[in-house]
Design a protein around this ligand. Sequence first.
Ligand code: TMP
Length: 237
Amino acid sequence: MEKREQLYEGKAKKVFKTDDPNLLIVSYKDDATAFNGEKKGTIEAKGVVNNRVSNHMMSLLEQEGIKTHYVKTLNDRETLVRSVKIIPLEVIMRNIAAGSLSKRLGLAEGTKLNSPVLEFCYKNDALGDPMINNYHIKAMNLATQEELEVIEKMAFAINAFMINHFKTVGIELIDFKIEFGRTSDGEVILADEISPDTCRFWDSKTNEKLDKDRFRRDLGNVEQAYQEVLKRLLGEH
Ligand code: TMP
């Protein structure tokens, strides 16, 4: 597998072409941003943690029958993935109120939700990723009814698996954001990443935050929190 030219650089990852048009290489950076890029910093070794955590979770999800872009870990920061066209939606699943849901609905952070809440945001930095619903998605041609049904079903299945898996390592899965992509033959698969950048993780016993909220809210011990998630999921590596 040969690494070719860079296709794209995002806030947390770079994407490279390979000699196979169906495969790309993603490279995870230590750069961190929050509030639509307004706050910038670096989190040492974040790229390594996110690469390993995301690949681990996607491998487990594959074993559960959920199709993902994950192909193979190349090194600490780089992974071979299937090439997809990203569907411009941030699919958010919430089990416990936190963050923007707490603000919007006046629910204290930590309030258990009676059932999981799925939200969609339109992935558009210029607009600040506004929340939208199924009707907007169809009206704007972002995804078809059939694709939306697949996305919702996969999102709930991913949530159910992840809640249980994280519980076994002493972590409560508060909420998370995932993205989906279309392969060249039109199949919808899980893409992007699953990491402490894109999930809220609270220690089951102490409720200590083990995710990017430590960076967003200047809580300190950011690097340590990322390392702790890696250690709990994969042991000492
Ligand atoms: P929110 O409460 O700020 O809407 O975030 C919900 C979840 O989505 C949380 O786990 C963090 C994640 N998230 C991202 O992955 N990217 C983003 O740009 C934002 C705003 C949230």
